[in-house]
Design a protein around this ligand. Sequence first.
Ligand code: FAD
Length: 371
Amino acid sequence: MALTGQKIAVVGGGLGGLCAALCMRARGADVTVYEASRGFGEVGAGIQVSANGLRVLRALGLDPSGAVRSQGLTLNNSRGGRVAILPNTAKREVRLFHRADLLALLADGCRAAGVEIAFSTRLTPDTAPAADLLVAADGVRSAFRSHVAPAHAAPSYAGQTAWRALVTPPNPVGEAGVNVYMGAGQHVVVYPIRGGTRINIVAVDDTGTQTPEGWQNATTRDALVARFAQFGGPVPALLTRAEEVNRWGLFRHTLPHRWSEGRVVLLGDAAHAMLPSLAQGACAAFEDAWELARCWDDFADPDTALGTYERRRAPRVARVMAEAQANATRFHHANAVTRALGHSALKLGSRLAPALFERRYSWLYDFDPTA
Ligand code: FAD
């Protein structure tokens, strides 16, 4: 309880902000979360949390076992033919959440721990409350990023749009795994959530038509079906049942040249929004949250604490961002020959050297942020 008496303000009650609030509170700080919205409302959709992120949740005393446990990742071609399987071992656990359930898990944990939450409060660097530390977890359009790193480059459109929808299957699906269908310039990710009573779909499309970054862009099921017409296998039937289709324009972000200024520090998407192709944005925010609380607790000098946080986090986050970018290319080979070659390499790799294939991601999934 070394942070007893410290006042921590967290801007943003999203996944990263709530996790940071809990990490700070667990070390004894008085924490208030300031959230712009009127309440916790997440767009209906799924989110994968891999072992590295789950370790943080469990270390905070949260139980993620209500979410579907994924059996593994299956890569398929556009017709539904299997290309490669990456099974999940006990150590490589992945949980498939409805976003609202994950947010509720964190929010309930915050309330039980005595974290204050102020809704309908949109803060800017000019209206920030006095605090020993202000954690800016205000997401991809952070109001604090330019205050901390004024020379930071603006994000550039990545040439891709993610379409997101849920499907209610006629009967709960038994198969609990993540399937990726890879086509020319497009891929579709499908996985069950809420005990298989809902299916989450993220369909990513190479397109020059820029869409804003955020889920405010509603579109139609017909547009989704028409846009992803190249896919066979189970995909067409799923798309025709899609509910509440939204689009999110994908932008390339670079890491800010600094993560803190005075007593203001960036966390989660505010620091390092990334492409979703590796399903790691929230996991990285959870890792940040644990490390920031540890550094703030371990070092009496604020500059040393925040500098150490940045030094420990930035190289790993940069690697995760690069791998997400590589997946965005890997999943989308537009040229038929390159695609066939890429899929053959994946198939051979997963069949002939599954251990090697698995070890390729050890640095990512076997990492324990709480160790
Ligand atoms: P957010 O969750 O965006 O939260 C920011 C909060 O701050 C919001 O509640 C907002 O209302 C509030 N806010 C904003 N401005 C202010 C202000 N000025 N004052 C007060 N409050 C403010 N990650 C994974 O780990 N696994 C996945 O499977 C995965 N899938 C994804 C799929 C897609 C299509 C996309 C786009 C992303 C995906 N991600 C995934 C990434 C993940 O969603 C984000 O990295 C994560 O939500 C970031 O959390 P955050 O708290 O930093 O930001």
